[in-house]
Design a protein around this ligand. Sequence first.
Ligand SMILES: *Cc1c(COP(=O)(O)O)cnc(C)c1O
Length: 467
Amino acid sequence: MKYISTRGGIDPVSFNQAVMMGLASDGGLLLPESIPVFSTSEIAALTDLSYTELAMAIFSRFIGDDIPAPTLSALIEASYATFSHKKVVPLQKVDDIYIHELFHGPTFAFKDVALQFLGNLFEYLLLREKSKLNIIGATSGDTGSAAIHGVRGKENINIFILYPHGKVSPVQEKQMTSVLDDNVFNLAIKGNFDDGQRIVKELFADLEFKHSFHLGAVNSINWARIMAQIVYYFSAFSQLPPEARKDFTVVVPTGNFGNIFAGWMAKKMGLPIKKLLLATNANDILHRFIRSGIYQRATVTPTLSPSMDIQLASNFERYLYYLNDCNAAKLKEMMAEFTTSGEIKVSAALSAETARDFSSCRVDDQAILSTIKDTWDKTGYTLDPHSATGVRAARELQRRNSVTSSIVCLATAHPAKFPDAVKEAIGVFPAAPPEIAALAELPCRFELVEAQTTAVKNYVTEKLSER
Ligand SMILES: *Cc1c(COP(=O)(O)O)cnc(C)c1O
């Protein structure tokens, strides 16, 4: 399988090159040249597979013979052996809906599903190509910890994560700073998340620095992350009782359009998903697009579901490419237009097409809290604030049109990762798994750094010269 850019400015590249490139060199996003499709009988056969076998069946279609099958299989096994549940991503019936728990990985959020695999994939490709990678990223919490746990102790990779000092939750901070492997560097920036992001951008813009230090990124635009996320949609289908599979809706709490784009790919690959219900918090750029066909930038409001506090969905460009019939020239124009005007508007016909695949719902903090409480009162199940946006959206859908289909809600984080919001909703802290409870006692290591690009650059240069 070859990979192309949404903006049409690169020659097709291999899967391996697409993974190492991250963002396409023309500024676009990488996509497979064609979407592999599974027939109805092939999909029925997939339901007998374990999670890792399922991942193998799906990844092979996207990778072809770029990675030998036994190697790929070993990478997949190693990636999901770190999950604490034997089903990796178990589906739980809660009241009349299904909760798909994606948070049994090392950092208790769904980003582990992709980043555990990406870490192993990077290590394999770097060894094979005798190359090195220095990852630099800014985080507001979840991505940083999942990325660190994905690459800790791996050969030929170092990771530098910038987080705002004193502004991430204690659990998130400890999940990052308690990782003491030699290749992990935590930088607590004396500033906010935007400062961290600006510094990373400036470091990447310094092309000499970027190339001489082999800088790379791990944000959700990497194709391998989307590919890894497609698998759990198939897994949800397999775990539904056969009579519930005929007609199912998946509810996806979304910020960057990464998670839900993977679901849309699964649908195009033949999985019989009836609808994808997109749930946003108060940062509702995607909800407004589904409603009106207008994608319009806005400022970010902090909410109880901070990992979805995004008003610029970096993966959305992939969907727009397909919506515009794979017309890269048109897409390039639209993205240029968006850079100047902050707005993209699609035709009524395209908007109608979007409505065939997606519906959407915006959930504010008050509704997040009441949903955590109602679910807890009625069933004893504790939702985290991100998963609660999805469950609330599902309830709205049921109220609006009395759905008869089965509803699968993706649960993206463990409630103990966001204990304060849960306590605000139900009056008690959620039960913490032993790994989270133990965090407070663990030794930690981080460097407090001024929010200045030169300070970070000097730190990175110094550390890399020692390794
Ligand atoms: C990242 C994240 C999301 C949003 O995922 P996207 O791929 O950005 O849509 C939702 N919930 C949690 C807990 C997350 O960490």
